[in-house]
Design a protein around this ligand. Structure first.
Ligand code: CTP
Ligand code: ZN
Length: 153
């Protein structure tokens, strides 16, 4: 651990999402539904130097151990992310994100006529493809800028 790597202090217990592609940290928080309003302690480093990625983002969530299901959806925008579960200041578990078959309630369909975007609330669901995602209801495929479809509106 070099000085330049430690931009944000170590946490006592919780989850460190490391090796996020530079610039994607806020999208990671959006996908996880973490916006700080419930008082959670969150540290974010953006575009910090990384041996492996050149520049990377890092997110530290104190006091909360994210489950594999919760983090797998991050593979859409941060496939290289490492999930570190920290207990008593030590990394107790280190995992990678794996691409899920489907993601529900995370992305909004760009098709204004899709049942998931009409007034009757139906949770969105997308099948995850090799490249991109496909709405399970109307078949609309999103290949680029997936992060811009994060949200339920
Ligand atoms: N970390 C933290 N608080 C702790 C322990 C670790 O915030 N109490 C962070 C470290 O700053 C690092 C990440 O969790 O960003 C992973 O820690 P560690 O496995 O010790 O670092 P590396 O060996 O560099 O990880 P990797 O091999 O995944 O690059
Ligand atoms: Zn749709």
């Amino acid at each position: 651990m070099t000085d330049t790597e430690l931009r944000v202090s170590k946490i006592e217990s919780g989850t460190v999402i490391d090796h996020i592609a530079g610039g994607q940290a806020l999208n990671v928080l959006a996908i996880l539904g973490i916006d700080g309003t419930s008082g959670e302690e969150v540290s974010v480093g953006m575009n910090v130097p990384s041996d492996r990625l050149g520049r990377k983002d890092i997110v530290k969530v104190e006091g909360r151990e994210l489950s594999q299901d919760e983090v797998d959806v991050l593979s859409l925008i941060a496939p290289a992310a490492t999930i570190n579960i920290v207990r008593e200041f030590e990394v107790a578990d280190k995992r990678r994100v794996t691409r899920p078959d489907t993601v529900g309630g995370v992305l909004s369909c760009p098709n204004a006529n899709c049942i998931t975007t009409e007034s009757e609330p139906v949770d969105s669901r997308f099948d995850v493809l090799e490249e991109g995602v496909r709405c399970a209801y109307c078949g609309t495929i999103v290949r680029e800028s997936i992060a811009s479809y994060i949200g339920t509106a």
